[in-house]
Design a protein around this ligand. Structure first.
Ligand SMILES: [Zn+2]
Ligand SMILES: [Zn+2]
Length: 228
């Protein structure tokens, strides 16, 4: 693992990761976990020396409740800005991970919504992001020697952050809960295929997934077609 990256695993039914990344003059937080584990996250941020003004940016990899649960709260507390891809805008504006544009909903969506609310994964605090990330956008203005990447498939606005050292924060594109693999929870299969294919060309070394431990990309991409 590269220095300057602090994984914060929050447990509720399953583990979800946030990553605190050191910049020259503070920190950037990638994903924020579930609101019901807020005290654990706050203690970790405090332990790392985060204070008001020193957590300049929160990057949201995608608008699912287990990642977006503390965005609005932390922005208020730390005076941070929130960055994300516009593809998940409708979800964060409503605080609803299953929100879809009119006409795209389905019985599956309704059932998933119901199941999520039953396990306490329903709504999250809605917000308007401060920064809309573009595919390939340079993040050096925010103190990160990295760029943002758009990886639709798990959700329309799923995004990743790739540092110049080859560390990829991939959100829920890839997962390592059982083994390194592509996420089986897919919103759009074609887009997912294209996003996985795109990984091959990016010079990635280590993957930092939304769920599970970091792993070298070779474990997934070592064999041609291994990620299919
Ligand atoms: Zn997700
Ligand atoms: Zn997740």
């Amino acid at each position: 693992m590269s220095s300057g990256i602090r994984p914060i695993a929050l447990h509720y039914l399953f583990d979800v990761n946030c990553y605190l990344v050191e910049t020259g003059d503070g920190h950037v937080l990638i994903d924020t976990g579930l609101s019901r584990r807020r005290p654990v996250l706050e203690a970790e941020l405090e332990g790392a020396g985060c204070g008001r003004g020193s957590l300049s940016l929160i990057v949201l990899t995608h608008a699912h409740t287990d990642h977006a649960g503390n965005c609005a709260y932390l922005r208020e507390k730390f005076g941070s800005r929130i960055a994300m891809h516009r593809g998940d805008l409708g979800k964060v504006e409503r605080g609803e991970m299953f929100w879809k544009p009119k006409g795209e909903g389905s019985l599956g969506t309704t059932l998933a919504k119901l199941a999520a609310s039953l396990i306490g994964m329903g709504k999250f605090d809605a917000f308007e992001p401060d920064v809309l990330l573009e595919d390939g956008q340079d993040l050096s203005d925010y103190g990160l020697d990295a760029r943002a990447l758009h990886f639709p498939g798990h959700s329309p606005g799923s995004a990743g952050i790739l540092t110049s050292a080859g560390d990829l924060f991939c959100g829920d594109l890839l997962t390592n809960t059982r083994k390194p693999e592509r996420n089986s929870l897919v919103d759009d299969a074609e887009e997912m295929d294209a996003s996985i294919e795109k990984l091959r060309t990016l010079g990635i070394r280590t993957v930092y997934p939304g769920h599970g431990a970091p792993f070298p990309i070779e474990l997934l991409m070592g064999e041609p077609g291994a990620a299919r």
